[in-house]
Design a protein around this ligand. Sequence first.
Ligand code: UTP
Length: 225
Amino acid sequence: MRIVVTVGGSIIIKNHDYRRFKDYADVLKDMSAENEVFVVVGGGKTARDYIGIARELGVSEALCDDVGIDVTRLNARLLIMALGEDAYPVVPHNFREALEFSSSSKIIVMGGTEPAHSTDAVGSILAEFVGAELLINATSVDGLYNKDPNKYEDAEMFEEVKPSEMMKLMSSNNIQAGTYEFFDMTAIQIIKRSSIKTVIVNGNDAQNVKRAMTEKIGTLIVPED
Ligand code: UTP
């Protein structure tokens, strides 16, 4: 099975702890024994810090995004280092390269591609591009909630959700992009148009990514009727 895993920067670079990369490397190696695995790594706080400085320097938003992309690629390089021989040694800068490098049968690890979206969007486009059967999104909460679970005690997690429901949620008052770990609109649109089976799991435990292949865990994004 072809699988795309997106790992939020807030997960992998949390506390700048190398063991996070090791844990993910172990799980991804395990998964790659019987699957073709592609990974997209986010930028997390490091990206936001760099973007903040760039913004204060007065450059365009697109250039700020570009700095963020560089950080995601740095994180991707660290994961490649943790994976060693099992990873393709170069970070693809676009989807064609990702597909090209995958002929090596190694785990492909990339970061962002171009400005104006997040690595969630990169993950969904990559899943579409390579024809992945499963997209797993490792984030910092247990799944998708109706409101920010870090702020609201009564936030409820969806076991299943349709892309159209996610779009409605995004335009409601409760959730705005950037207020908590949430898919960006581009990602939702891609998942919707190609009916990509997608699972959102808590990536604080790297094993959850593997569990998502066989167990009912987190939030499953189901196709529209
Ligand atoms: P992330 O995807 O990491 O953003 O990219 P995020 O939403 O902060 O997610 P976490 O915290 O990692 O989970 C970091 C920034 O890099 C730019 C955007 O500015 C984004 O906010 N970026 C990333 C792009 O412009 N294009 C990309 O393809 C990827």
